[in-house]
Design a protein. Structure first.
Length: 422
């Protein structure tokens, strides 16, 4: 771990600053939109636009990199991000913010593809798993730190928009000045959705439902907090708790998943997350909301890695990278619809609609996992791919790298076990 940190600290620092900037602007818009008098449904459209842009960027960025190179793509997209962040308070209108969020989502997706390809290139087969784990930790630290920065300024002013713009601009310096040479970029041809669904219906349905649940957390938590009457400090702590729960639960759930039928674990984790949403709906105290956020964040975020790992159990090693494109696309479709549906439910039923939407999706996943357990036998844990933690905000580069590492690890463990038996 320290070897990876020593060789890629500048890159990880830059990525952390990117996550701080992105996490801050997402929360800030939810709070500022309430101050500007935007309706809940208008804010849901604004928040959904980010995921539309992100999905488009993840599909177009590889071609942009191949045409003009990493450095130019990185610099161009970074300039657009900084510009849009500054323009938000100057054009406080739902249409302007929606367009800005599309651009922000597209640019962040392209920046992640570029930076993560550098990280993947800097890692070796021996330390790739540690590099991926460090990267996930950096992402979580960045998002949690962003919530603390919400308290250093007035959300009705300009300063909180200037801070993420500066952080994003600074983040490019360690990445561009310390990483050399630029890596070769190759994108795997994606597997068709029909093929992917045939391989693992549970993974396909699961990542789609999870996309909606995650985008509701990431995009609408601040809107919910403002509608529920929470203070700025309470909103910051509330959102941070989602990601603290995800960080603490990721590795225990991963350890368990390598030792049991993953469908059972998917069902249990989804059900517990749904219970967390019910708690959030039933209570109106800050302590109760933090418990709900911890449970929902701690269960829903590791589900993404669980679903990818379960799909890998039925894939050949050479097909795992191809399958990642379809998984990300389905997750993106769910993410686009998540804030819109959440906003509509909150408009009809009040702030509690935030928990209703998340709870319905998680319980639906638990029920579908139970159904799939009746359709075919579970693969042996000894023949399963290893679990690798991946954030839902990761680009195809990291997802492909995680799947390839999981396959290599599983093969190595199988060879070791066979040698031990001999």
């Amino acid at each position: 771990m320290f070897q990876v940190l020593g060789s890629a600290w500048a890159l990880l620092l830059g990525l952390c600053l990117l996550m701080v900037g992105n996490g801050l602007q997402g929360t800030l818009l939810g709070v500022r939109g309430n101050l500007e008098g935007f309706s809940t449904f208008e804010m849901s459209i604004v928040m959904s636009a980010y995921f539309l842009g992100f999905l488009g960027g993840s599909r177009m960025a590889p071609e942009m990199i191949r045409r003009v190179g990493h450095v130019r793509v990185f610099a161009a997209l970074g300039s657009f991000i900084s510009a849009v962040l500054i323009l938000y308070p100057a054009f406080a209108h739902p249409v302007a913010w929606t367009l800005g969020r599309v651009v922000i989502g597209f640019c962040f997706s392209g920046v992640y593809v570029t930076a993560e390809s550098w990280l993947n290139n800097a890692a070796s087969n021996e330390n790739r798993g540690k590099a991926l784990s460090l990267y996930m930790m950096v992402q979580m630290i960045g998002i949690v730190a962003a919530q603390g920065l919400m308290l250093v300024g007035d959300p009705s002013g300009f300063i909180l928009f200037i801070i993420p713009s500066v952080l994003v601009s600074i983040s490019f310096a360690p990445i561009l000045l310390s990483i050399s040479p630029t890596p070769a970029f190759e994108r795997t041809t994606p597997m068709s959705l029909r093929q992917l669904f045939h391989v693992s219906p549970l993974s396909c349905v699961g990542v789609f439902l999870l996309g909606g649940a995650f985008s509701a957390q990431f995009g609408m938590a601040a809107v919910y907090g403002a509608e529920a009457g929470l203070s700025l400090r309470q909103i910051s702590i509330f959102i941070a708790t989602f990601y603290i729960g995800a960080t603490l639960a990721q590795y225990p759930i991963g350890w368990i998943s390598d030792r049991m039928d993953r469908r059972q674990l998917i069902m249990i984790v989804s059900f517990v997350g749904g219970i967390g949403a019910l708690i959030g709906l039933a209570v109106n105290t800050q302590a109760g909301l933090l418990v709900a956020a911890f449970m929902v964040g701690g269960m829903s975020n590791p589900l993404y890695s669980l679903l990818i790992s379960y799909a890998n159990d039925f894939l050949e090693v050479e097909d795992m990278a191809s399958a990642s494109g379809g998984m990300i696309f389905l997750n993106g479709l769910g993410a686009i619809s998540g804030p819109i549906v959440t906003g509509w439910i909150m408009t009809v039923f009040g702030p509690g609609g935030f928990w209703v939407f998340i709870g319905v999706l998680l319980f639906a996943m638990a029920i579908y996992a139970l159904y799939r357990m009746t359709q075919r036998a579970a693969p042996s844990p000894d023949d399963s791919a290893s679990y690798t933690p991946v954030m839902m905000s990761a680009s195809p580069v990291v997802v492909e790298a995680a799947q390839e590492w999981a396959a290599e690890t599983a093969e190595a463990e199988a060879e070791s076990a066979e040698q031990a038996r001999d």
